[in-house]
Design a binder for this molecule. Sequence first.
Ligand SMILES: Cc1ncc(COP(=O)(O)O)c(C=O)c1O
Length: 411
Amino acid sequence: MPFANLDLERIRAEFPALACDTVFLDNAGGSQVLGRVADRIHHYLLHDNVQLGANYLASRNAGDRVLAARRSIAELVNAVDDDEIVMGPSTTALIGTLVEALRPGLRAGDEVVVTESDHEANIGAWARLAEVGVVVRIWRVDVARLGLAVEDLDALIGPRTKWIAMTQASNILGSVNPVAEVARRAHAVGARLCVDAVAYAPHRLVDVQACGADAVVFSFYKVFGPHYAVLWARRDLLLSLPSLNHFFIGQDVLPYKLQLGNVNYELSYGCAGIADYLRDVGTELGAVGDNRSRMQAAFDAFARHEDDLAEQVLGWLRDRRGVRIIGLPSVTTGERVPTISFVVEGVMSEAIVGRVDAHGIGIRFGDFYARRLMEALGLQQHGGVVRISIAHYNTADEIRRLLIALDAAIP
Ligand SMILES: Cc1ncc(COP(=O)(O)O)c(C=O)c1O
């Protein structure tokens, strides 16, 4: 049975930036930050900022805080163990690190599969493996269905496939991909799966075990936190990788061997505020049980609210002459996050965004670094898509304001 609905006034009070009059609908670009995350970063820098690893009390306290934060992130993603959690500056950098560590274990003729619909963060590093003779196969989008068809994968994988890299939700199409099914097919041929969960994590509770992947990466600046990111990977996989760190930090030293130098202590500590927030929202909605059950209740309520708002936008776009929605045209529960892209016949996307901007509404246009998808769908002629991306803290009133602005902006 669903819990109570979100108390939006209470939710919005958690995000100090929302007190201004701007309507933030570029959340897939970057979400607003929780006040409690910013407070934690501030507190850490002013009261705990010493180098970790020493015996004196302040250093031990700081070490405890950073470790507790890693544990909190492990819980947020449902990792079996917190030493499977590698922290880093961005998703792009962490996928780069993973691929660099994999590189010595790959041979010419080994194969990797990348998709045509991903953000470049989960394509480029894999594609560069071609330099060492790895065969890079491309999982093309099904242009008619505007998405990836799992049946198309079978022709691309076989005994030489080592890795498949794909996104859990597209940052353009908004569609949620069946990663568990892809993981099953990958494992059936002895391959592994790397999932970019950046566009998924603000809308659904990440569950690295249930999704079946071998590595999952996302960035906290899309999930109500700072510019910082996490790579989870299975313990056995991590242990099989060489150390990229100093020679005396051995292959068995998880996760330090893949965290070059120090991690960012204050951002690590700050990010624990995200899981706290989700747990508290779930508790207020009436959820009981362990922290993840409460977080799940929060995300269930987010999804119901986001679906309502997204359907209002999609319905409006569906009815507007000359508009082409680039993605699923309606909310079919579970299959879509509220990231909505469209183009307008004969109009450059930049022009529409410029007109909406005048209403104090933040949306944006472009390829969003999913350039290969734009090319596959022939959307460069519009200068990319217009993208409206909703977060759980957006209100029906903000969507009304958006639709008034779009009405004036679209001829
Ligand atoms: C789906 C997706 N993956 C990856 C990234 C890149 O994340 P980062 O900037 O942390 O490298 C983005 C950023 O927009 C994204 O939307």
